[in-house]
Ligand binder design. Structure first.
Ligand code: FAD
Length: 405
């Protein structure tokens, strides 16, 4: 049987792949998106509990910001930007020595005041997070507060992460909420993208092989399905991209082959409000606990329930031990858990010098029909993903028309 043919295929239905599909469809390239999981979204993975009246908790990303210009443009066009929902302002707590502490308790103010001029005058390029922020915030502040905070953000050791890829300053849109969620969680955004015009999504379809064929590409899936396309976009983590590029663009595969991945075991837990012994909070930054970080659902309060996602280093603890550790931080007991689930999240483990890898990859892809996007180019934020998808689109298909931007 001859494979089904599409002008453009995207592999991976996280925000990178779906935004790539959206841009392509906007400029006339009907796009098929192939996704190995049973639902789109990747790390934008809201978990719902039907037994608790569809109460939901974010198991992955939890916040979008008014500085996410490309994402906001897409949401506007899909008619979902007006669903952006304000998040209640709450603070994070530190989890240190088995105790909850305030953020300010770990701050060395004198050192901070002395160091800050180096932060604002400093150049991130080529520096690791530890080098740049250790200088700009002070070594003691980095050790006691900011190092653990950065580790919380990227759910992995942060010291050797490239400083450029951690936070990038982006212009803010004053007409949009500074930080927002959606009424049914952030998964609304990938769902809206997948349902957009010119985009077709097939889930449960893990692509295992890509081969160049007659000026285009032939794709094979784990279930035996085969597809053909003229243009191809990879929007999968770097270890998967390495395998898929091996035959189609071997030089690119060689370049990205060394990028590591951080595995994260996420434990989602829901309790009755009365059973949680801590006041409402944004989450925990763990300084020396067994988990890396935790994010609460308190930003969109519910009358009866509270939900949390605790992120642990992959394969470090079994589920019982993870629930025990989370309950300790929340001053409650495992018997009080009303509902829960666990899942594996994955994030790229970028290292100092990564921007040279990206430049080499871009040289290997130049002039070809394969695009590569993801959270391992500009940084890991949702907007970094969408921005990379846009530049990969423009490299191959030309500038977006102004009404598509
Ligand atoms: C716990 C956590 C919290 C975060 N919080 C925030 C936040 O609040 N704000 C923010 O901006 N960012 C946040 N991020 C980062 C951001 O969510 C991610 O970087 C981003 O969503 C990644 O999108 P992606 O499409 O590049 O990759 P992914 O979301 O990983 O998507 C890749 C997709 O490819 C699929 N796939 C893999 N292999 C194959 C294959 N062979 N065939 C077909 N499909 C395949 C996967 O199933 C997956 O769906 C967070 C990340 C995590 C893990």
């Amino acid at each position: 049987m001859s494979p089904q043919a599409f002008p453009h295929i995207v592999i991976g239905a996280g925000i990178s792949g779906l935004s790539a599909a959206h841009y392509a469809a906007r400029t006339g390239q009907d796009t098929l998106v192939l996704e190995s999981a049973e639902q789109p979204g990747g790390c934008m993975c809201t978990r719902t509990f039907p037994e608790l009246d569809d109460y939901w908790v974010e198991a992955g990303s939890h916040s979008c910001f008014n500085s996410y210009g490309n994402l906001l443009g897409i949401m506007e066009r899909l008619g979902v930007l007006d669903r952006a929902t304000a998040k209640a302002k709450q603070s994070y707590k530190l989890w240190r020595g088995g105790k909850r502490k305030s953020i300010l308790s770990a701050m060395h103010f004198f050192e901070l005041a002395r160091s800050l001029p180096r932060l604002f005058g400093g150049d991130k390029s080529g520096a690791s997070v530890r080098e740049f922020y250790g200088r700009g915030l002070g070594e003691k502040n980095y050790r006691d507060l900011f190092g653990p905070a950065f580790r919380s953000v990227i759910c992995q050791p942060a010291d050797d992460f490239p400083a450029e890829a951690l936070f990038r300053k982006k212009p803010r849109r004053k007409d949009v909420l500074r930080s927002f969620s959606m009424p049914e969680g952030l998964r609304e955004i990938p769902r809206a993208l997948a349902a957009g015009p010119g985009v077709e999504l097939r889930t449960g379809c893990a692509v295992t092989e890509v081969q160049g064929e007659d000026g285009g590409y032939r794709l094979r899936c784990a279930d035996g399905g085969e597809f053909r396309c003229d243009w191809l976009t990879l929007a999968v983590p770097p270890d998967i991209a390495t395998g898929l590029l091996a035959t189609a663009v071997p030089e690119a595969a060689r370049i990205v082959g060394g990028i590591g991945m951080a595995e994260i075991d996420t434990q989602v837990l829901v309790f009755d409000k009365a059973d949680v012994g801590v006041d409402e909070l944004a989450g925990f930054i763990s300084v020396d606990g067994s988990f890396l970080s935790a994010v609460s659902r308190d930003f969109l309060a519910d009358d009866q329930l509270r939900g949390f996602a605790f992120h642990f280093p992959g394969d470090a603890l079994d589920e019982t031990a993870r629930i025990q550790a989370a309950c300790e931080a929340l001053a409650t007991r495992p018997e009080q858990v009303r509902a829960g689930t666990s899942m594996r999240n994955r994030l790229p483990a970028l290292r100092k010098g990564h921007m040279d890898v990206v430049e080499a990859l871009d040289r290997a892809l130049a002039g070809g029909k394969v695009g590569v996007t993801g959270n391992w180019f500009l940084g890991v934020s949702i907007e970094d993903c969408v921005t990379r998808s846009r530049t990969e689109h423009e490299r191959r298909f030309g500038a977006l028309p102004t009404d598509a931007v």
